[in-house]
Design a protein around this ligand. Structure first.
Ligand SMILES: Cc1ncc(COP(=O)(O)O)c(C=O)c1O
Length: 483
């Protein structure tokens, strides 16, 4: 039997791994952005059965290069413009490594006080950096917590809202008191998933109209739906407003939506998964409009644009009582003095699973490494590059630009003069396929106003002017080559 890896062996292989990552960062541009693997390619190179006898770590590293790497899409490549960015930076990776090295499971304060208290402090720091309302801070009625994803944050918000509305019991009392949830056609799909998980059900999701131009939620229609549903005996649970939608970074009018929520006594969750971190820059703090007055819960993802590797969602609530009330269960085996004293936070009561990783370490590393000014600089670079790209698109008569691009995402399409809409959309999709096959860049698409648009999401720390320039030249050339 192979023994456990000794500290000496760990030191040796650990250095190799860190060197490997540093080399990868240096030569990342030599890889095609999008993996060229076909379905089954990676599987075909993996033995069907696990080894009976332990192997050296050299063998793992060799297979990592040979088998795993060809199946990797390079999210940190400066030509990665798909979805939203998923920044992984040196300090974040090292923070993650420290977390893995400690192997701490921080379900309770008592299971590692630092895991809890560092998280509390870092979430207060981030609230300050983003200029979030005081009631989100840990010394107020609310507080912040790290979730694995914005999807979990939305789910947890619904559970807290259900608890506040009626302890979550209405769905079981009969169909006349059904729970309802309010989103728009632009809301992230995780809200529908959360409705299914919580038992609210897809059928009880009410889709609020959006303004056809801005794609922002219509507060008047929200008001009408809430009035109608309450009159029909439903129990409205939560409204989700989005700041920076997934499709086009549309921004719901949070103050107006919040005012409607307040009048109807409904929980307001604000999902700013991608765009919320932009508030590190004072000139972008308008993304927080309405939070202080109206938001019951708020979430944004440092694991997208704020230099912290996946997973790291940050979520705040204005009042922690309904959240803890919804999720706290205390079996005998978790009882301990610190919990009983009421002096500590047990973050297991703020999330779905019991166990939790020490994620605060990587966010702490990032905030300390970059400082407020480094974080601002990163966001500003993304916004500037997006603005530059947008002005080039706007200046080229062969392209149509979606005028709304306040963050790092630019949406556009070739006009394909002479083609009917459906043919033009098909041509845009073919163009995207050719661009992504080139290996130099990777972008994705969406549909807005019934038309296919290309999405170019800028925000990798590696992306600079030259990469945007090269991508734009390629897009123009491929477009000129035809649909
Ligand atoms: C607005 C919005 N909400 C939620 C999510 C889901 O994020 P996560 O992957 O953290 O669950 C996304 C992902 O892009 C998003 O854009």
């Amino acid at each position: 039997m192979a023994g456990h890896m000794t500290p000496e062996e760990f030191r040796r292989y650990g250095r190799q791994v860190v060197d490997w990552i540093a080399d990868y960062q240096e030569k990342i541009e030599s890889y095609p952005v999008l993996s060229q693997a076909r379905p089954g390619d990676v599987l075909a190179n993996l033995p069907a059965h696990p080894p009976e006898r332990g192997e050296g770590f050299d063998a793992v590293l060799a297979d990592f290069d040979r088998v795993v790497m060809p199946g990797i899409t390079h999210w940190q490549h400066p030509g990665f413009f798909a979805y939203f960015p998923s920044n992984a930076t040196g300090p974040a990776i090292l923070g993650e490594l420290l977390s893995a090295g400690l192997g701490v499971q921080g379900m309770l304060w008592a299971t590692s006080p630092a895991c809890t208290e560092l998280e509390t402090r870092v979430l207060d720091w981030l609230a300050e950096l983003l200029d979030l309302p005081g009631r989100f801070r840990s010394d107020g009625t609310g507080g912040g917590v790290i979730q694995d994803s914005a999807s979990s944050a939305a789910l947890v918000a619904i559970l807290a809202a259900l608890h506040r509305v009626d302890g979550g019991t209405a769905g079981r009392e009969g169909i006349t008191r059904r729970h309802t949830l309010y989103i728009s056609s632009q809301t992230h799909s995780s809200l529908e998933k959360a409705a299914k998980i919580t038992g609210i059900g897809s059928a009880n999701i009410r889709v609020v109209d959006v303004d056809p131009g801005t794609l922002a939620m219509d507060p008047g229609h929200l008001d009408a739906l809430l009035t109608e549903d309450a009159a029909a005996g439903a129990l409205p649970v939560m409204v989700c407003a989005t700041v920076g939608t997934t499709s086009t970074t549309a921004v719901d009018p949070v103050p107006a939506v919040g005012e409607v929520c307040r009048r109807h006594g409904v929980w307001l969750h604000v999902d700013a998964a991608y765009a919320g971190v932009a508030a590190v820059c004072p000139e972008l703090r308008w993304v927080n409009d309405g939070l202080a007055e109206y938001a019951d819960s708020y979430s944004t993802n440092p694991h997208k644009w704020l230099l912290t590797n996946f997973d790291c969602n940050t979520m705040w609530v204005a009042d922690r009582a309904p959240l803890v009330g919804a999720l706290s269960i205390l079996p005998e085996y978790l009882r301990n003095q610190a919990t009983a004293s009421g002096e500590v936070i047990d973050y297991r009561d703020w999330q779905i699973p019991l166990g939790r990783r020490f994620r605060a370490l990587k966010l702490w590393s990032v905030i300390r490494w970059y400082g407020a000014e480094g974080l601002r600089e990163h966001v500003r670079t993304g916004v500037r590059l997006a603005r530059d790209l947008a002005s080039r698109i706007a200046a080229d008569p062969r392209f149509e630009l979606l005028e709304h691009h306040p963050f790092g995402l630019v949406c556009f399409r070739p006009r394909w003069d002479g083609l009917a809409d459906a043919e033009a959309d098909a041509a845009t999709m073919r163009l995207m396929g050719r661009l992504n096959a080139s290996g130099d860049l990777y972008l994705t698409h969406t549909k807005a106003g019934g038309r296919v648009l290309l999405r170019m999401a800028i925000g990798s720390p590696a992306t600079g002017d030259a990469h945007i320039d090269a991508a734009w030249q390629r897009i123009r050339a491929e477009t000129a080559a035809g649909g």
